[in-house]
Design a protein around this ligand. Structure first.
Ligand SMILES: Cc1cc2nc3c(=O)[nH]c(=O)nc-3n(C[C@H](O)[C@H](O)[C@H](O)COP(=O)(O)O)c2cc1C
Length: 151
C-alpha cells in the first residue's frame, strides 16, 4: 500500500493545526496509509517507508524554521545514498510572507532530488476555516494522486 508521510514542526501550534487538517484530508482516501510525525522525530528511515512527503512548517526570519531545516540536513545525504526520489508538497504557515521558506525548501528539495507534487501553499495568520479547507484539500489531493499513481 502507498503511504503519505506528513512531517511538521510547530512552535505555537499553528503549523500543527495545518498538519492535522492535511492528515484529515488524506484520510479520506481509502487506499493510502497516512503517517504524521514531528520533524525532530522523523528521519531517513521514515522517508524510506513513504511514497510521498508533505512538509508543514513556519517561515521564521525569512527562512525555513530551524527544526525543519535540521530534518532536511539530517536526511539529505542518507536519502541520496538510498536513491530516494519522493514526490513532495509544502504547506507553509507565515505571519505576512512565507516566500523565503518556500524558496529555501524548494532549493533544498531539488537537490535530493525530490519532485514537487503540488504548488506550494502559504497560509498567513492564525488558523481559520479557510486554512482548514486548504490544508485538507492539499492532503486529500496528494493522497489521491499517490493512490492513482499520478506522482
Ligand atoms: C522567531 C519568529 C520569526 C518569524 N519570522 C517570520 C518571517 O520571516 N516571515 C513571516 O511571514 N512570518 C514569520 N513569523 C511568523 C510565523 O511564521 C507564524 O506565526 C507561524 O504561524 C508560526 O507557526 P508555528 O507557531 O506553528 O511554528 C515568525 C515567527 C517567529 C516566532
Amino acid at each position: 500500500m502507498k503511504s503519505l508521510l506528513i512531517v511538521y514542526h510547530s512552535q505555537s501550534g499553528t503549523s500543527a493545526q495545518l498538519a492535522n487538517a492535511a492528515w484529515r484530508g488524506a484520510q479520506r482516501e481509502a487506499d493510502i496509509e497516512v503517517a504524521v510525525m514531528r520533524a525532530w522525530d522523523a528521519g531517513t528511515v521514515d522517508l524510506d517507508r513513504a511514497s510521498g512527503v508533505l512538509l508543514v512548517m513556519a517561515e521564521n526570519s525569512g527562512a525555513l524554521c530551524g527544526t525543519m531545516k535540521d530534518f532536511l540536513d539530517r536526511t539529505f545525504y542518507p536519502a541520496i545514498a538510498r536513491g530516494l526520489v519522493l514526490p513532495y508538497a509544502l504547506l507553509i504557515s507565515a505571519g505576512n510572507d512565507g516566500r523565503g521558506a518556500q524558496q529555501q525548501a524548494e532549493r533544498i528539495l531539488s537537490g535530493y532530488p525530490f519532485p514537487a507534487a503540488a504548488t506550494p501553499i502559504i497560509l498567513r495568520g492564525k488558523f481559520c476555516p479557510a486554512h482548514e479547507r486548504a490544508s485538507c484539500e492539499l492532503g486529500q489531493a496528494f493522497a489521491a494522486g499517490l493512490s492513482m499513481g499520478i506522482f
